[in-house]
Design a protein around this ligand. Sequence first.
Ligand code: F0G
Length: 446
Amino acid sequence: MPAADLVCFNPDCRKRCAIDAVLYTCPRCGALLEVANDYSRADPGALKALWDKRRASRAKIDVSGVWRFREMLPFVEDPAQIVTLPEGNTPLFDAPGAAAYAGIDRIQFKHQGYNPTASFKDNGMTAGATQAVKLGMKRVACVSTGNTSASMAAYAAAAGLQPIVFIPRGNIAYGKLAQALEYGALTIQVEANFDRILALVRELAEECGIYLLNSLNPFRIEGQKSIVIELLDQRNWQAPDWIVLPGGNLGNVSALGKGLRELRQIGLIDRLPRVAVVQAEGAAPFYRYFHGGGGYEPIREPETLATAIRIGDPVSWPKAAGEIAATAGVAEAVTEQQIADAKAVIGRCGIGCEPASAASLAGIRKLVAGGTIDPAADIVAILTGHLLKDPDYVYRYHTGRLETPSGGKIASAFGNAPVTAPDDPAKIAELLARWSGDPLSGHGAF
Ligand code: F0G
């Protein structure tokens, strides 16, 4: 018997289903499902010792920053079925420049862009792809703003599955589209936004016997919770005061919240950090729900240059609401300008990230200014994707050509345009002598 079940997330239903049922929502009430793990015999001291010991191992599943913690993912009985590239093992950076920008004493960035396909999706996809193999599925599919499709395509290719990717036409960053093509996914660009395509693909999956690997798949969430397991391991099991992350479809906040609750249940941490989820103002249905007092209302035409989080009807919002409540967390929203500047600041720390990831730092800055986060707090922000996912955005920002979705100007406060030089060593030497170390405007440097 696997030490896990599928359970309905709705507290009034809690229907239990077999772990190997091909289900994404509850057959009784339609709510999202989650994997329920039995930790009644888990010993925190023994787990820490075992996980430490695995660091010296060369076995693939021990090298993975997800499966090293496999006692918290007990749905796999046969390790030979695990699909790993290997993922996780992402760094934790100190970034004094970013802390100063946000008005706080100190910040750590957990950079998920250091994963094999350069986003946090790999932590979840290794688990989702493994479940697909366990179930004997041949075809896997996802709807994506780009990173899920890149990740799914890679893991499917590695496992010999056929990947089918649905993306909103014209609205994903080229780095991500390039990955899906290179890894061999059938890539279908649909003339609709993410929310509409997800509804369409949920219908198709059932009809065509395709295994869905969007974050409504509970095994994706299981894998993704390893981000906080690894984070706490790196911090010697000292919980921070805050964990801050961007929110789109809200799978990640759901996963991190579940991971934190389970770590506390086992006794690996003694308190829950507060979780803050940050959305882009033009795509902020969860922020509106959190602050609105009324019910949840999707946004029909979400807009943001941070295309990864351009989502108006996040499928995991009920889970996210539960996790934010459980951690006394908050939801925040930030402007396009705030995201762009925060992103450039993260770049100047020598770290870099894609636009959606920078919403976390922009959100911290706003939450500090508004008095919600104490400047002396111990804060970890999750950087979800790599700088090179969206180079077009970067180039536009630094050359003063970035515009909001409605055509408004984005000021390049931290811009760093390239300088064109004549073939003349004397002129270049003269420029270098004049250069203070700060970025030049790029225009009229000669
Ligand atoms: N940051 C990045 C870089 C993302 O790609 C996403 C989501 C998020 C943040 C938000 O995470 O959806 O769990 O709240 N990208 C998905 C995709 C939707 O299709 O790649 P979330």
